[in-house]
Write a protein of this length. Structure first.
Length: 176
């Protein structure tokens, strides 16, 4: 009789296990498992006369500060070209990102630049809501739009003042 009871218990247990086909991930969520949004202010250089004009004072100030840190003291009259632009850089830091991991960033013009096509984003610290640096972005910008002029015609398709830097950010520290 003991053997029959054990056999019944095993059969009931097996049939119960087969009916319960709910996965843990379907009924639960890890609270810490979410993206973190990062933002940074950066400069794009190498533009073909499509960058910010002298009306965008913050671009001039940012370039002056950058060059001073590199040991060059520029004169205000040195900034007459339109080959640089101020940008806001954004990205999502995925959960469980590791130090050294590369991620894509989005770049959007902040001033009056007409195109970021052909530009290079200079080293930009990417900060979280706590203003700690979690990644650093830099690299060649890929723009999905096209613009051009010929004689009396202006041609624009899609957006040329925003783009992406594929694998442009390197994670510096993980979110705690």
């Amino acid at each position: 009789i003991k053997q029959v009871v054990i056999l019944l218990m095993v059969l009931v247990g097996v049939s119960f296990c087969e009916e319960a086909k709910v996965r843990v991930k379907d009924i639960s969520r890890v609270i810490e498992s979410r993206d973190n949004q990062l933002i940074g202010y950066g400069l794009v250089v190498g533009l073909r006369n499509t960058g910010d004009t002298q009306r965008s004072v913050f671009t001039e100030k940012a370039l002056t500060n950058l060059l001073k840190k590199m040991g060059i003291t520029p004169d205000k009259n040195d900034f007459k070209s339109r080959n640089a632009a101020s940008v806001i850089v954004t990205m999502n830091l995925p959960p469980y990102a590791r130090t050294g991991q590369r991620l894509d960033v989005s770049v959007s013009s902040l001033g009056d630049a007409t195109s970021l096509s052909g530009g290079t984003l200079l080293m930009t610290p990417m900060k979280g809501p706590d203003f700690e640096t979690y990644a650093v972005a830099q690299g060649q910008i890929v723009v999905g739009g096209v613009s051009g002029k010929s004689g009396r015609e202006n041609y624009k398709k899609n957006q040329t003042t925003s783009g992406r830097v594929p694998n442009g950010a390197i994670v510096e520290q993980v979110v705690k």
